[in-house]
Structures are given as structure tokens and as C-alpha cells.
Design a protein. Structure first.
Length: 152
């Protein structure tokens, strides 16, 4: 089982996204994602998301907001992934070059036109509505096969 974080940093009607283009054999190759990554042993989700966003973007987050929990059974063909989904609009710093992909501020109304994982289109709508959620997304060969969600 893999524990991870995912964060959408927001400012002035835009969201910081990463176009995953720089690593060979990247399961996310060609897609646009938020920032985040795997949790370290003994690390809280909040500490992980702050560390990962700093490593990938150069930005230091303050008070990231937990918005949901995502479950991806057998996502990489080997393990279940559980991701704590955050948004953040309080931060400081300047963007740096990321070795995983190209960072870009995307207008929020254009996010739906990007090549995303199919489930991302769903939870972006839930985020817009201010809903806290726990969702499961089952992918096979890169395609969403089923999903379920509970709102709180």
C-alpha cells in the first residue's frame, strides 16, 4: 500500500498544474496533475504535502486544506494507492524547474480541457462545490472502470 498526497495550489482564478513529460515510464506521462507524492515513514499528510510542493515547485505552503481522500486499488498494477487531496492558497516563494514535468498556472475554467485522469474531472467538480469526500477510482490500462464516492 502506498500513502501519498496531491495538492492543487490556487491563486487569482488559476491552479498550478504539472504537465508530466520529463520522466520515462511515468504512469502519468502526458497528463496534467497537481503536485504531491509519496509519504515518508512517520510523516503526516500535512507535512508530506508541504514537503512535496516545496520539492516540486519551490513554493512553501501555509495551512494546506484537506479536501478529500482518494483510493486507487491496484493503480500501478501492483499496489493500492491512498492519496490525501489538498488545496492551498497561502504560500510564498518563486517557482523552480521541476524534474518531473513542466509547471504552469492554468485558468480554472480551462482545467476541464486538459488531458487529466478521468477521475480528476469528477473531483474537480466536487472541489468547486466545496464538498469533502472519500472516493474510490478503479483504473485498468489507464481507463476509469468504476468509481464511488461518499460526501461529508
Amino acid at each position: 500500500m502506498i500513502l501519498a498526497t496531491l495538492c492543487y495550489v490556487q491563486k487569482n482564478g488559476k491552479t498550478l498544474m504539472m504537465h508530466r513529460t520529463k520522466r520515462d515510464r511515468d504512469i502519468h506521462q502526458g497528463k496534467w496533475n497537481g503536485l504531491g507524492g509519496k509519504m515518508h515513514a512517520h510523516e503526516t499528510p500535512e507535512a508530506c504535502v508541504i514537503r512535496e510542493v516545496k520539492e516540486e515547485s519551490g513554493l512553501t505552503l501555509y495551512r494546506p486544506r484537506l479536501r478529500g481522500v482518494l483510493t486507487f486499488p491496484d493503480f500501478d498494477g501492483k499496489q493500492d494507492w491512498y492519496a490525501f487531496l489538498f488545496t492551498a492558497n497561502e504560500y510564498e516563494g518563486e517557482l523552480i524547474e521541476c524534474d518531473e514535468g513542466h509547471l504552469e498556472w492554468i485558468e480554472d475554467d480551462k482545467l476541464g480541457g486538459l488531458p487529466l485522469w478521468e477521475g480528476d474531472y469528477l473531483f474537480f467538480e466536487w472541489l468547486k462545490k466545496g464538498l469533502f469526500f472519500s472516493a474510490k477510482f478503479v483504473y485498468r490500462e489507464g481507463k476509469l472502470q468504476e468509481h464511488s464516492v461518499c460526501f461529508y
